[in-house]
Ligand binder design. Structure first.
Ligand SMILES: Cc1cc2nc3c(=O)[nH]c(=O)nc-3n(C[C@H](O)[C@H](O)[C@H](O)COP(=O)(O)OP(=O)(O)OC[C@H]3O[C@@H](n4cnc5c(N)ncnc54)[C@H](O)[C@@H]3O)c2cc1C
Length: 331
């Protein structure tokens, strides 16, 4: 079956990264919108001894997993991945290539695009079809502008996709796995894998959170964020923030939701003391259920909320935390 959409399946510590399933989710939505059969959605997986992971991707969204194996590509190097991706893309000739905007994806995707002489849109928050053409939405100039990229008739069109930009594919498929040799030796690569050094623990990844309780400037001061943290903790969620909160150093930047922060897709998003500027809303409007708490009844955040509570967050949030704890105690 001809390949319409090719995704890069990434793996880490013996498991597929969640971004793989998000890309498969996006690929299925795009294929559905375009009227392309799901059999045109393929994944490329690079490494060694990846049979089980290839099977997982084939069972969760990929019609075919091209498993490229070899000692030289056992571990990630930009050089090795770029060579493999270029040759798979040439052979499969997909219309669209989706790569996660992860450290590795961000590293290799522009090299692949340059090597093939095709356009690329990086860090996209959305890909949508308009009159049959895929349009890629991304931030430009450090989040000051939202850019919509039309790559014309280029084939393929390559994009790196922000984590959390699409819900993960949740269906089941019976895809095939095709294992092929990498065809590249370590002596042909300029880069050599040395090791992975992980950052300090405790880093926040809001893109994977099922519940986010966010505080805005309305919280008033960093020491008052305790009420937000307690509700997040009671719900088993993470703490998010609007930009003024991170700009003022009340919370680190990784907590910021919005056009110059992260795009999130939780099941539940609770916005406390956040007015609802467009730059914030673009980062959280994909949440499954939105509760907004604000003392201003005209706050724009209410336009995207499923439930809006007009009132003082310092009365409502602790009451909500108490109710959640009581409900959990009863369960
Ligand atoms: C290029 C650019 C990029 C940007 N990127 C982002 C981004 O990624 N994310 C982002 O969030 N913003 C971003 N912004 C900023 C954005 O435009 C807004 O200024 C910002 O979102 C406002 O944050 P806020 O809602 O916390 O503050 P405010 O707009 O000041 O709103 C505070 C709200 O709290 C309410 N409030 C006050 N006290 C209480 C209380 N006791 N109880 C209940 N409610 C209360 C008020 O009624 C008000 O609605 C960006 C701006 C630019 C220009």
């Amino acid at each position: 079956m001809p390949c319409r959409i090719l995704i890069l399946a990434e793996h880490e510590d013996g498991a597929l990264r969640e971004t793989t399933f998000e890309l498969l989710g996006m690929a299925h939505r795009l294929a559905g919108d375009a009227g392309w059969p799901p059999s045109g959605i393929k994944a490329v997986l690079i490494g060694q001894g990846l049979g089980d992971l290839a099977g997982s991707a084939a069972a969760r969204g990929a019609a075919e997993v091209i498993c490229v194996e070899g000692e030289a590509v056992k571990d990630y190097t930009c050089d090795g991945y770029t060579r493999v991706l270029e040759s798979v893309i040439k052979a499969e000739s997909p219309e669209i290539v989706l790569i996660g905007h992860t450290p590795n994806g961000w590293d290799t995707a522009p090299m692949v695009a340059a090597g093939l002489g095709v356009p690329i849109a990086t860090e996209c928050s959305q890909v949508a079809l308009e009159s049959g053409r895929p349009l890629f939405t991304r931030k430009a100039f450090n989040g000051k502008f939202i850019q919509v990229v039309d790559m014309g008739d280029a084939r393929p069109k390559i994009a790196t996709i922000q984590k959390g930009a699409a819900p993960a594919y949740t269906g089941t498929t019976q895809g095939a796995v095709r294992t092929v040799p990498a065809g590249v030796g370590a002596d042909q690569l300029r880069a050599r894998f040395v090791g992975i050094k992980k950052g300090e623990g405790g880093a926040v990844d809001l893109t994977q959170a099922a519940v986010i309780v966010s505080g805005g400037r309305g919280v008033g001061a960093p020491e008052k964020f305790g009420v937000i943290r307690e509700l997040a903790q009671a719900l088993g969620g993470q703490v998010g923030a609007s930009r003024p909160v991170t700009d003022m150093g009340w919370l680190p930047h990784e907590h910021q939701v919005g056009s110059s922060g992260v795009t999130v897709n939780p099941k539940l998003y609770i916005a406390c003391g956040i007015s609802g500027a467009i730059q914030h809303i673009v980062g959280m409007k994909g949440a499954g259920y939105i509760i907004a708490i604000n003392k201003d009844p005209d706050a724009p955040i209410f336009s995207v909320a499923d439930v809006g509570v007009v009132g003082d967050l310092f009365e409502i949030v602790p009451a909500l935390t108490k109710a959640v704890k009581e409900a959990k105690g009863r369960a």
